[in-house]
Design a protein around this ligand. Structure first.
Ligand code: GDP
Length: 282
C-alpha cells in the first residue's frame, strides 16, 4: 500500500503521468475528502497543463459534510469541476462520468465537426497512494468491463476499458506523490493511515490527533470515549482516560497507552469516531 518515494521514483512517476496524459482528454484526480489539501499532488496543475481536470473528493463517507461543502464552494468559485464520491459504495460515480463528458464538450464538438462522431473521450485516474484509485476504477468499470484491447501504434500497448459507448478509461491509474516538504502534510497523511506508522511514533501521533480533535471535534471525542470535562485537560490525560475507560491495562497495572493510541487512530481511520475532516478552507 505505501510507497517509499525516492527522487528516482518521483521522476519515473512524473514521466509516466506525462506520457499518459498525452493520450487522454480528461484527468480524474482523486483526493481524500478528509485532507483535500494534503492529499493533493503539488505538481498536478503543472503536469495536467491544458487538459481538463475533474477533482474527485473520495471517501466522503468519512469526511465532515459541512467542511466538504465549504471546500466544494471554494473550488467551484474558482471554476474547478468537483465531484463527491464514495468509491466503496459507488456513490457519486455516475456524476464523474457525466462531468467527464461535460468538461470534454468542446473536444466532442470538434470531433463531430471533423466527422468523428463516435470517437470516445479518454480519461485517466490519478492520485497519491491509498486515496482509493483501484477501488474507484473497479467501481467505475463494474460489470461493463469490456477491455477494448491493445491498439498497437496508437495506444502503445495501453489497455483501455470501455465505460460507456463514448468514454474509455486507461486501466492503470497515475500514481502521484504528496507534498513531502510540508511537515503538516506528512502528519495528516499519517493520521489517515497513508504513511507507515513506524515513521512516526504511534503515541505521539495519537496525542497530536487528540489535540486536533479537542479543538475541532470535542463532542465526538467525548461521546466515543465517555469523557468528561476535557477542555482543561492535557492530551496525555485524555489518552490516559481513554485507556482507563477501555480497560487497557498492562501487566503491573500500568495503563496501556500504546494500545489506546492504536485504537484511537484505528477508530478515526475507519470512521468509528465520526465524520471528521482535518483541514479547513483557506
Ligand atoms: P489506491 O492505492 O489509490 O489504489 O487505493 P485503494 O483503492 O487500494 O484504496 C485504499 C483503501 O481505501 C482501501 O482500504 C479501500 O477499501 C479504501 N477506500 C477506497 N475508497 C473508499 C471510500 O470512498 N470510502 C471508504 N470508507 N474507504 C475507501
Amino acid at each position: 500500500m505505501n510507497i517509499q518515494w525516492y527522487p528516482g521514483h518521483m521522476t519515473k512517476a512524473k514521466r509516466m503521468m506525462q506520457e499518459n496524459i498525452k493520450l487522454v482528454d480528461v484527468i480524474i484526480e482523486l483526493v481524500d475528502a478528509r485532507i483535500p489539501i494534503s492529499s493533493q499532488n503539488p505538481d498536478m496543475a503543472n503536469i495536467a497543463g491544458q487538459k481538463p481536470r475533474i477533482v474527485v473528493f473520495n471517501k466522503i463517507d468519512l469526511a465532515d459534510p459541512a467542511r466538504t461543502n465549504a471546500f466544494i464552494k471554494w473550488y467551484e468559485e474558482r471554476g474547478a469541476s468537483v465531484v463527491l464520491v464514495n468509491a466503496k459504495s459507488g456513490k457519486g460515480i455516475n456524476q464523474v462520468m457525466s462531468k467527464a463528458l461535460e468538461v470534454c464538450k468542446e473536444k466532442i464538438e470538434r470531433n463531430r465537426k471533423r466527422g468523428l462522431i463516435n470517437k470516445p473521450i479518454r480519461a485517466m485516474v490519478a492520485g497519491i497512494p491509498n486515496v482509493g484509485k483501484s477501488t474507484f476504477i473497479n467501481k467505475l468499470v463494474g460489470k461493463a468491463s469490456a477491455k477494448t484491447g491493445n491498439k498497437p501504434g496508437v495506444t502503445k500497448g495501453k489497455q483501455w476499458i470501455k465505460l460507456k459507448k463514448d468514454v474509455e478509461l486507461l486501466d492503470t491509474p497515475g500514481i502521484l506523490w504528496p507534498k513531502f516538504e510540508d511537515q503538516q502534510v506528512g502528519i495528516n497523511l499519517a493520521f489517515i493511515g497513508s504513511i507507515r506508522d513506524e515513521i512516526l511514533d504511534t503515541s505521539e501521533l495519537a496525542l497530536m490527533l487528540i489535540t486536533y480533535l479537542k479543538e475541532h471535534y470535542e463532542d465526538l471525542l467525548i461521546k466515543r470515549y465517555q469523557l468528561e470535562n476535557i477542555s482543561q485537560k492535557e492530551p496525555i490525560e485524555i489518552l490516559e482516560t481513554i485507556a482507563k475507560n477501555r480497560h487497557f491495562i498492562q501487566s503491573g497495572n500500568a495503563l496501556d497507552l500504546n494500545k489506546a493510541s492504536k485504537i484511537l487512530l484505528d477508530e478515526y481511520r475507519n470512521g468509528v469516531l465520526g465524520r471528521i475532516t482535518l483541514e479547513t478552507v483557506g
